[in-house]
Design a protein. Sequence first.
Length: 579
Amino acid sequence: MWQNRDNLITGMTASGDFPGGSFNGFINGGTAYTQEDGRDVLYISDGDLWKYTVESSGNNASDRFEKIGTGTIGEQGPAAYDPERQLFVKIRGSSFVVWDVSRASESNAGIGFVPSDLSGRFNFADLLNYGMDFDPIRQRFILWGGYGDVWQLLPPADSNLSSGWQLSSLSVSGELLPNRGSGGFTGVLGKWKYVPSYDVFIGVLNGVDGDIWVYKPTQWQPQKNLNSDNQAPVVTLINVSNNEIVTGSKTVTISAADNQSIDNVALYADGLLIGTASSSPYQIEFDSTTLRNGFTSLHAEATDLQGNRGESPYLRVNIANIIPEDTSPPQIRILSPLMSESVSGVYIIHLAVKDDVGIDRQSVSVNGDVICTDMLEGGTCQWDTSQHIAGEYIVAASVWDYFGNKTETSTVVNVVGSAGNYAPAITLTSPEHQVGYGAGEVLTISAEVEDVDSDSVMVDFYAGVTRLATVTQAPYQYHWQPGTEGIYHIRAIARDSDGNSTGSNVAIISSGIATVTMQEGMLGYVGMQDAYIDAYFQGSNTSQRTELKDQESSIYKNRMLLRFPIFRSEGDGSLMAPR
């Protein structure tokens, strides 16, 4: 089963980039798949190194994307990952680059190297055309360039990754050896993969003929019994028809037949698990009210006792439940600035909004003049107070839901500061945005502060509108244990001795909640799914609209979305590929 993972953009900041910088794209990039703590992980190199983690196959909103290494935009070449040594290696033109993933950070620099070839036969000028993958049984990287020879790359024995790498040719045999020829060859690249269940490497050579070659290493150790049953069950949805209109609950009957015995049957809607059954007749309750109205793809999967899996044809049904008109207004709070707070410089205004259906739009005004309308997640608005004379100002915020219900709130602040008197700059560095903490877990709140004209700066740490602590000198850090489970907006305000203050970015975290999601289930978006075209709406969910909403006149319009189809695991891990 394929799933479309739209959530590479879960790591996007309010400026439309990612933490640590812009993502350069996949041209000349490389990827490597592994599993860590039972989760699917994809390492991506676009010059820098990124980590994409699938927290749950049924909840794409919980996917995480983070920068774990830095570098320069590289040349053509694939990549592979050694999970034991935690080394991500990529071919870069006529040389290699390696990252030590155990030292993951935004400043973790990739290390270039050229391995030694004692035979003197390897053509490094042709390296950019090679394919590469990791052999976990023999702990080595295997390279193939389309000819009869296969090469192994061994890492250094010590921790110095810039030298000590060795490249050597492996003995090969066969009645017929591959020969890529001289014409029309664009490179093996990513078309060279290790298959752990059979302990072989599979490569594709010719883009037209589709020549597929299999390399079996010495001391071959297949993990799968090649003589066992490999016949998949035959699965059919009995009482579901294509384009059927579904309302309320429906008992779905599934037929599953196998040459031996069925272990279990599962029903899926748009790739999300609805339910399972382990005995015939296979019947699963489908509650359509938990999904949004519109077309949904239903299919069933059956697994036999040997682990073979079969799936039914996909049928499209039209969910058409009656949605009662919403008359409840949304909720809104101004998290910063606080009432009577003194502000200066470029000040970040933060809002917290919530609605039982969904937020349509928000706006912020100062003394009646609107300064922000195109607002993203968390209601962030930049206010340049230097455009106003010192004095008292009314900051007002408004929010509308999809049914036109509106709520307003306001606070009064004092604009202070003068020419040559600069406000401090502050960045909240911990906790990370959208990270979950266990019940009773103590989290560290910290901030970095710069002030060009004041030696005395204090930092107030807040959870929502509640001040947690005031730290009067660096390092600006506070350890906090939330008293109750829930979602918290963590932020900081820096105040200098001249009366200037600046608010930090906001980190939304959860305490005592198993899963934190970006859209579904968070801030009132219960049971709703993302419905985006070519722009990412970080602050609103558009799936309750009768038409898909595009973001007009915005710098985020047509911003690149990166999608990852994930092939459902057949027992040896999921296969992930960018598109």
